[in-house]
Ligand binder design. Structure first.
Ligand code: SAM
Ligand code: SF4
Length: 339
């Protein structure tokens, strides 16, 4: 029988789910202002509140010690944080040691042309790039500040560096629904999986969520008219459910927090750039890890705080988007908790 010292015991929540996946938002800032994610005039956290890269490394390493096998660096836009590659380089030691199985990143792609090679050098093998349209004007409209050609050059650089790229697209009513088929053909033609995400009610934005929300059940039914879709057993440790398009041989994923509750198999917790641990993307339950982290060089208080957090992991979220529910389910934006 394996015994664990209390400091390295695996993290099992009250519903018997083992927590093996940590998502870390390393900054709430971004060089884009995607209309469903941020408002145009965002107030960002004061830089002094942010954990340093050394503190982020120490926290991530504590989670690896507690059984986290998959670490995803996200944001905001993670690759705009200054010296971010220092964090990747540091964390790559857990890959070499075999304690961590995967180090990965979710990015808008704007910095990839510059950083893809270094990410690959740090042991990153797969990355998610968010891309909601292949039309340069629509891309500018939805991201407000982004440029499509830069992101496409970033994807080229990532593939040239040997990274496996998955495309994430948020399904937005009256915006990109007519592009799903060409986007799938484009992604599969470049050997990339593509996952569609339902828009979630996170944070105040301009406009109404109900005007953006497109149920993926409907999207999948429409796609079945264009492709022969076979159910796939493919899992990435994340919440997506996959099908394979027989015509292209590529995979299409669906992340459906609203139409299909994905909480039963939730293995994740999320850390913000200020050291707050959220146990669920869609609930307010949180534990501050910055204070115990800074209180002492020993990790005892930190590990105790992590135990308290895991013991309080909620069963699931209660997202609703309809005409009568005008408030976001949670007030924080996706860029704070990390997508
Ligand atoms: N900036 C990076 C990016 O865009 O990939 C990483 C952070 S971003 C918050 C992570 C993912 O969350 C992106 O794929 C984005 O499209 C998605 N996202 C942002 N706000 C969302 C919302 N309200 N509902 C659903 N997905 C959202
Ligand atoms: Fe930035 Fe990503 Fe949010 Fe777009 S989705 S504003 S790229 S954090």
């Amino acid at each position: 029988m394996t015994t664990h010292s209390p400091l390295s015991a695996p993290m099992i929540d009250p519903f018997g789910r083992a927590v093996s996946y940590l998502r870390v938002s390393v900054t709430d800032r971004c060089d884009f202002r995607c209309a469903y994610c941020m408002s145009e005039n965002m107030t960002f956290l004061p830089k002094a509140d942010l954990l340093s890269l050394e503190e982020l490394d120490r926290l991530c390493s504590a989670f690896v010690e507690r059984g986290v096998k998959k670490l995803r660096i996200t944001g905001g836009e993670p690759l705009v944080r200054r010296d971010i590659m220092t964090l990747f380089r540091g964390l790559s030691r857990h890959l070499s040691a075999g304690a961590l199985e995967e180090l990965t990143v979710t990015t808008n792609g704007s910095q990839l042309a510059r950083l893809a090679g270094e990410l690959a050098d740090c042991g990153v093998k797969r990355i998610n790039v968010s891309l909601d349209t292949l039309d340069a004007e629509k891309f500018r409209a939805i991201t407000r500040w982004g440029a499509l050609d830069k992101v496409l050059a970033g994807i080229d650089a990532a593939q040239a560096a040997g990274l496996t790229v998955k495309i994430n697209a948020v399904a937005l009513k009256d915006f990109n629904e007519d592009e799903f088929v060409p986007m799938i053909r484009w992604a599969h033609g470049r050997d990339m999986d593509i996952t569609f995400i339902e828009v979630m009610p996170l944070g105040e934005i301009e406009g109404q969520r109900v005007d953006q929300y497109l149920p993926l059940r409907q999207v999948e039914a429409d796609l079945a008219g264009q492709f022969t879709l076979d159910a796939s057993t493919h899992r990435t440790g994340g919440p997506a459910r996959y099908v394979t398009a027989r015509e292209t041989g590529g995979r299409i994923g669906f992340i459906t927090p609203l139409t299909h509750n994905f909480c039963e198999s939730c293995n994740r917790v999320r850390l913000t750039c200020t050291g707050t641990l959220f146990m669920c993307l869609g609930q307010e339950d949180a534990v501050d890890l910055r204070k115990p982290l800074r209180a002492s060089e020993s990790n005892d208080a930190l590990m105790a705080a992590i135990d308290r957090a895991i013991a309080a992991k909620p069963k699931g979220h209660d997202f609703i988007i309809d005409r009568t529910t005008r408030q976001p389910a949670v007030s924080r934006h996706m860029s704070v908790t990390g997508g």
